[in-house]
Design a protein around this ligand. Structure first.
Ligand code: NI
Length: 176
């Protein structure tokens, strides 16, 4: 089922999601719906909070460097209760977000990290990430803590972007 992706400034995007206690059929359904929604929106990652769910679940399908043509599902990964267990280095990447359409900005992140989580069957696993995968993981984990990439910018930059979004929304309302 395709879910609605909440857009800034929807207040739900500030929700700090709670840990999943048991990966049951309800959680599996959320994972599957989120995956479908991510592909429909042509995103490389999606977090539960973006679709109005307050449980800690994220899905990603980040193209690898040597992958060539993008094949849907090749790098698909679902993480329940993801936790960063170690991180190192710094990298800056121009990020965008399905919840903040039309806006991109440089964000500083860790360049490498290890994340622990439960998979779709509730089994614990650990994954090492670098490159775009590492950036996307941090972006999605931020979402389940109620943090958007624009919250990681300087106050000046953030206010500029918020004004730009507000203007666009107002123009949309006036449009016939
Ligand atoms: Ni996002």
């Amino acid at each position: 089922m395709i879910l609605e992706i909440l857009k800034f400034p929807d207040p739900f995007l500030k929700t700090k999601a709670v840990p999943v206690e048991k990966v049951d059929d309800g959680i599996k359904k959320i994972i599957d719906d989120m995956t479908e929604t991510m592909y429909k929106a042509k995103g490389i990652g999606l977090a539960s909070v973006q679709v109005g769910v307050d449980k800690r679940v994220i899905v990603l399908d980040v193209p690898g460097d040597g992958d060539g043509e993008r094949v849907q599902g090749r790098n698909l990964i679902a993480l329940v209760n993801p936790e960063i267990v170690s991180s190192e280095g710094q990298t800056i990447y121009e990020e965008g977000c399905l919840s903040v359409p039309g806006i991109t900005a440089d964000v500083e992140r860790f360049s490498r990290l290890k994340v622990r989580a439960l998979d779709r069957e509730g089994r614990p696993f650990e994954v090492s990430a670098e490159g775009l995968f590492a950036i996307a993981l941090q972006h999605e984990i931020d979402h389940i803590d109620g943090v958007l990439f624009i919250d990681r910018l300087s106050r000046l930059k953030r206010e500029m972007i918020k004004r730009k979004i507000k203007k666009a929304l107002e123009a949309e309302e006036k449009a016939l």
